[in-house]
Design a protein around this ligand. Structure first.
Ligand code: NAG
Ligand code: NAG
Ligand code: NAG
Ligand code: NAG
Length: 363
C-alpha cells in the first residue's frame, strides 16, 4: 500500500513543516522518549559534595573522600565522590550517553584542551555564598566555579572549535547541571534567629546572578537540582532521636518554592533557555517513608549512615579514612551522615528520567 495518489501535496508540505518546526524547537513534551530532548554534546556540572567528582582531592581542605570506604562500589575505587559509587551527576551523564564528567582540578592542561564532553567543577563544603565552607579549608564557591567554566571557554573550548558559531552551538547544546546551596543552610541558617524569607531571598539572588552569568557565557539548558531535606539527615537527627527537624526542612522548602518560581520568571526573560527543575527534596523525603517521625523500615535504613558502621550520632559529616562501613550499602539511604548511597542516587535517576516524577520543565 503506497501513498494515496490523492494526497494533497499542500497538506503534506504543511505536515513536513510542522515536523521540522517541532524538531528545531525540540520542545520537550510529556511523551518524548528522552527527557529534555537529549542529544547533548556535553555535561557541565556545578555544585557541592552531592556531585563533586574529585575537585577537593586537589584543594587544601579536610573535606575529602578519596579514600576507603568511599568508592567501594565504584570501578577503580575511591575518586573523591562522597558515596560508595556513582553520584546523580554520573547518572545524568549515563542517561544522556556522555562520559562521566571529570573533575576540573584533576585535569592537565593537555586534557583540558581535549575534552569537549563536559567537566565537573563541583566542590564539597562550598556553597552559593562566597564564604560558605571556608572554615573547613579551600573549596570552590559557586562564583569561582563559574569563573573556572569561563576559563575553560577562553583557554580550551575556544581552541577546540574552529569558529565562534561552532562554539556557540556547542554551549547551547550542552547540559548544565547545578546542585548547590544546602551548605549555605548548614553553615549559616539558625532556625531560631534567621529570618527564613530574608535568607532564602538573599541566597536565591546570588544563585540567579550566576545562572545569568552562565547564560551570558552561552548556556541554554539547565538541570537545576533543588535542595535536600537537611532536617532529616543523620548528622541533624542525631540530636532529635530520629525524627526530622521540621523547622529546618520548612526553611529549605521555602527556598525551593522560591527557586522554582524564579526559574519560571527567568525563562521568560532569557531567550531560548529552558530549565528542568528537579525535586530532590521530595525524593529524599519519600525514601524515608510516609512519616517524618518514622525511624525504621525493614527495606532501607533511613536514619543511620552506612559509614561509620557503628554510628555514634555525632555531628560529623563524612567517613574517616579507612574506617569500616556497613556490609551492605544498598540497605541504607545514607552512605555517610551527609551523603546518599549509590542506590539512592540511582533510584533518583530512575524517578527523574524513567518515571518522569521528579524533574519537571519550568514553563
Ligand atoms: C583526546 O581524547 C581522545 C578521546 O576522548 C583520546 O583518544 C586521545 O588519546 C586524547 N588525546 C590526548 C592528547 O590526550
Ligand atoms: C564573591 O566573590 C566574587 C569574586 O570572586 C565577587 O565578584 C563578588 O562580588 C563576591 N560576592 C559577594 C556577595 O561578595
Ligand atoms: C542559634 O542562635 C541561638 C541564639 O543566638 C544560639 O543559642 C544557638 O546556639 C544557635 N544555634 C546554632 C545551631 O548555631
Ligand atoms: C540502622 O543501622 C544502624 C547501624 O547499622 C543500626 O544500629 C540501626 O538499628 C538500623 N536501624 C534500622 C531501623 O534498621
Amino acid at each position: 500500500m503506497g501513498l494515496p495518489s490523492s494526497l494533497n501535496p499542500c497538506l503534506l508540505l504543511t505536515f513536513l513543516c510542522l515536523l521540522n518546526v517541532s524538531t528545531i524547537n525540540s520542545k520537550p513534551s510529556k511523551g518524548e522518549s528522552v527527557l529534555f530532548g537529549g542529544n547533548f554534546q556535553a555535561l557541565y556540572v556545578i555544585g557541592d559534595s552531592l556531585v563533586d567528582s574529585g575537585n577537593n582531592n586537589n584543594l587544601a581542605t579536610s573535606v575529602k573522600s578519596n579514600f576507603a570506604p568511599y568508592g567501594s562500589d565504584f570501578e577503580g575505587g575511591p575518586t573523591g565522590r562522597f558515596s560508595n559509587g556513582k553520584t546523580i551527576a554520573d547518572y545524568i551523564a549515563i542517561y544522556y550517553g556522555l562520559p562521566l564528567a571529570p573533575a576540573y582540578k584533576g585535569l592537565s592542561e593537555e586534557q583540558k584542551n581535549n575534552i569537549s564532553t563536559g567537566i565537573n567543577y563541583a566542590s564539597a563544603s562550598c556553597g552559593i555564598f562566597n564564604d560558605t565552607g571556608k572554615l573547613l579549608g579551600e573549596c570552590l564557591s559557586l562564583s569561582v566555579q563559574v569563573d573556572l567554566f569561563k576559563e575553560t571557554i577562553d583557554n580550551n573550548l575556544n581552541k577546540m572549535f574552529k569558529t565562534k558559531s561552532e562554539l556557540t552551538n556547542h554551549l547551547a547544546r550542552s547540559l548544565f547541571m547545578t546542585a548547590i546551596g544546602i551548605n549555605d543552610y548548614a553553615f549559616y541558617y539558625n532556625t531560631t534567629t534567621t529570618d527564613p524569607n530574608e535568607f532564602a531571598d538573599k541566597l536565591l539572588n546570588d544563585f540567579l546572578i550566576q545562572i545569568q552569568r552562565l547564560h551570558g557565557l552561552g548556556a541554554r539548558k539547565f538541570f537545576i537540582n533543588n535542595l535536600k531535606p537537611l532536617g532529616c539527615y543523620p548528622n541533624i537527627i542525631a540530636k532529635t532521636g530520629g525524627s526530622c527537624y521540621e523547622s529546618l526542612n520548612l526553611a529549605v522548602a521555602n527556598y525551593n518554592a522560591k527557586l522554582r518560581k524564579s526559574l519560571t520568571h527567568l525563562k521568560e526573560k532569557l531567550s531560548d533557555t529552558s530549565f528542568l527543575y528537579s525535586d530532590y527534596f521530595n525524593f529524599m523525603l519519600g525514601l524515608r517513608g510516609p512519616s517524618t517521625n518514622q525511624v525504621s523500615s525493614n527495606l532501607m535504613n533511613s536514619t543511620s549512615p552506612c559509614c561509620p558502621s557503628v554510628y555514634d550520632g555525632g555531628r560529623r559529616t563524612s567517613c574517616t579514612p579507612g574506617s569500616s562501613s556497613c556490609k551492605v550499602p544498598d540497605t541504607h539511604i545514607f552512605f555517610d551522615p551527609f551523603h546518599p548511597t549509590q542506590l539512592a542516587n540511582f533510584m533518583y535517576s530512575i524517578g527523574c528520567f524513567q518515571q518522569r516524577k521528579f524533574a519537571k520543565l519550568c514553563e
